[in-house]
Design a protein around this ligand. Structure first.
Ligand code: ES4
Ligand code: ZN
Length: 320
């Protein structure tokens, strides 16, 4: 059976850099990597928590130097996503991770945007770009980057918040989100991945997010679940990520069936597919294998993804 058409809503484009592409980009940019080959690099993808992953994720970005590097990375993702059934993708980019390495904002934004501009013609995937800010760097820095993005009229539909969660509550970024909302941007944030339910409350009440990334720890707080259900807040869940970063012990322990049973608006996404063992289809297959998810549940997950996308009514109707 071909995959059900869906929207991918939680995807870090830098997390789609496959080991082979990392080596190819290093080669063309004259960079020597501290690994023998792609297999040697891939062998290091045994993570113990979010930070152990982020250390390698940021280190590997060093191969991204030119606009073409960002374009090629994005095209490779879109090509693979099309085979997974993705018909719309909202793609996060971490500008600060590139600025900190001396790569200009225009280089990373224009490089990714060039691939997105032709994604529908090339791969049948409509797409948009979301600038994500690093919560373990100062909010003043995020605000400066946001103002630069607005000033350059960057083709973004929204902002996000990612990187190391614990110790960096959403409320630190209240002003950034106020400025983004005033500029007409959609607002999303990672919360409740490793962080406590209190961070999810803050993302809702202080950042006033339109959608939440992860949010799996909401199940520890009944009042929070009731709030999320009442408001229909979309939660972009990433099962293989949660297992690989040990937020849950195994796929059989994943809370997605419980979240569906509680009436939460959940979708299945891949997060950093090159690092966590697969794309959207692989994530769905893992869930179906572990839980015998019914076709109706699979269709609900796909429909939730399309309904939770920042899409105009026409494209949404085509995909539903
Ligand atoms: C991320 Cl899995 C995850 N969590 C938080 N920040 C991230 N950035 C890239 N992947
Ligand atoms: Zn993420």
């Amino acid at each position: 059976m071909p995959p059900l058409p869906c929207a991918e809503l939680h995807l870090h484009i830098e997390g789609t850099l496959e080991p082979e592409l990392i080596f190819a980009l290093a080669d063309r940019n004259g960079i020597r990597l501290p690994y023998a080959d792609a297999a040697d690099l891939a062998a290091r993808y045994a993570f113990t928590d979010l930070q152990s992953f982020l250390d390698l994720y940021y280190a590997n970005m060093d191969v991204l130097r030119t606009e073409a590097d960002f374009t090629d990375m994005t095209r490779a993702y879109l090509r693979r996503a099309a085979t997974a059934g993705v018909r719309h993708a909202e793609i996060m980019l971490d500008p600060q991770a590139h600025l900190a390495r001396g790569v200009a904002l225009e280089t990373c934004v224009d490089g990714v945007a060039a691939a997105l501009a032709t994604s529908e013609a090339d791969h049948g995937i409509s797409s948009s770009l979301i600038a994500a800010f690093l919560r373990d760097r100062p909010a003043t820095e995020a605000l400066g980057v946001l103002q630069d993005l607005i000033a350059m009229q960057a083709p973004i539909v929204g902002i996000g918040l990612d990187s190391a969660e614990v110790g960096y509550p959403p409320s630190l970024f209240a002003e950034v989100y106020d400025v983004a909302r005033a500029a007409g941007l959609k607002c999303i944030a990672h919360a409740g991945e490793e962080g406590p339910p209190g961070y999810v409350w803050e993302a809702l009440d202080v950042l006033r997010v339109d959608r939440l990334d992860h949010g799996i720890r909401c199940l520890e707080d009944d009042a929070l679940v009731e709030r999320l259900v009442a408001d229909g807040v979309p939660l972009t869940v990433c099962p293989l990520s949660n297992v690989r970063l040990r937020a849950v012990p195994s796929i059989g322990d994943h809370p997605l069936p419980a979240m569906l049973a509680r009436g939460l608006n959940v979708s299945v996404n891949s997060d950093d597919p090159a690092y966590f063992g697969g794309y959207v289809d692989d994530n769905l297959a893992a869930l179906v294998g572990a839980f015998d998810l019914s076709i109706d549940d699979q269709a609900l997950l796909a429909a939730n993804s399309v309904r939770s996308a920042f899409l105009d009514g026409n494209r949404r109707a085509v995909l539903l």
